[in-house]
Design a protein around this ligand. Structure first.
Ligand SMILES: [Zn+2]
Length: 285
């Protein structure tokens, strides 16, 4: 599942295609992956709310959530879910039969500097979706209001204040998007390994000093993952179809049963907070 670094890589790869482009047409192949909201009410899915006729001014991200906004007009949020992709190519809008065969649910015709391109949203497993709003402010209020601060900017103080006294595991807290937006299974495990804290440790036993180091590890590891292109995940590609590259930098994620990079012991796995978790029982306490 794409996490913050992959969504940020997608945002960066979309920028050159989208900034200043005008959306000439929106083709809706599957309405049930979309939700359009106007004035706080869900309205029938319509091309206007999904940016038809709008000029694209900015791309925003909070955690794993990506928004494409026009100047003073509609804005959309794209959520990749498990297998969502946003791709830009030179060809025309796909025919309905082709869209169905490729799990393409939406497509936008983009006009920019005399060139015409097509952006598509495809999502075979349909855990993702696209939401349309009359403005970016409405999008932010309705979709992002319940999210914690972006993980790239999280502070130790915030982590400590939000977790102190809690009887849940620190891993469960890191995955809680209302506490912290953008950390998922991969980077939760990597960050906890970096600071030597067991994913099973209860929040109330994580000190202020450990929260400081954990927040720093989260920021550093996410920034490094963005810089190296995001993780190589089964379905993840950026707007140009390029895969991520940082898989080989993972120290624990996906390495259950292998040797710990720090002590040589065997990495352990268990289900914690409903997710497959990998850690080193020697290095992480
Ligand atoms: Zn170890």
């Amino acid at each position: 599942m794409p996490e913050l670094p992959e969504v940020e890589r997608l945002r960066l790869s979309l920028l050159p295609h989208l900034l200043g482009a005008r959306v000439e047409r929106v083709a809706i192949y599957r309405e049930d992956v979309c939700e359009c909201v106007h004035g706080g009410e869900v309205v029938p899915t319509n091309a206007f709310a999904l940016l038809e006729g709008a000029g694209i001014e900015s791309l925003h991200r909070l955690g794993k959530h990506l928004a494409i906004a026009s100047a003073g007009g509609p804005a959309i949020e794209v959520h990749l879910g498990m297998s969502g992709q946003v791709l830009v190519h030179e060809g025309p809008l796909p025919e309905p039969s082709e869209a169905k065969a490729t799990h393409t649910h939406l497509a936008w015709t983009l006009r920019s500097g005399g060139a015409t391109r097509t952006m598509i949203f495809r999502d075979p497993r349909r855990f993702g979706g696209v939401w349309g709003f009359a403005s970016f402010d409405q999008l932010r209020e309705r979709r992002w209001g319940g999210l914690g601060p972006d993980a790239l900017e999280v502070t130790g103080e915030h982590l400590f204040e939000q977790t102190r006294g809690s009887a849940r595991s620190i891993k469960a807290a890191l995955l809680d998007q209302s506490l912290l937006a953008g950390v998922g299974n991969i980077y939760a495990d990597e960050s906890l390994f970096a600071v030597g804290v067991s994913p099973r440790r209860l929040c109330k036993r994580v000190s202020r000093e450990q929260c400081e180091r954990l927040a720093q590890a989260i920021r550093v590891i996410l920034a490094a993952a963005i810089a190296s292109g995001g993780s190589t995940l089964r379905d993840y590609v950026d707007a140009d179809g390029k895969q991520g590259a940082s898989q080989f930098a993972h120290k624990v994620y996906g390495r259950s049963g292998e040797a710990c990079a720090a002590c040589g012991g065997v990495l352990r796995t268990a289900t914690i907070a409903q997710r497959t978790t990998v850690w080193c029982p020697t290095c992480q306490k």
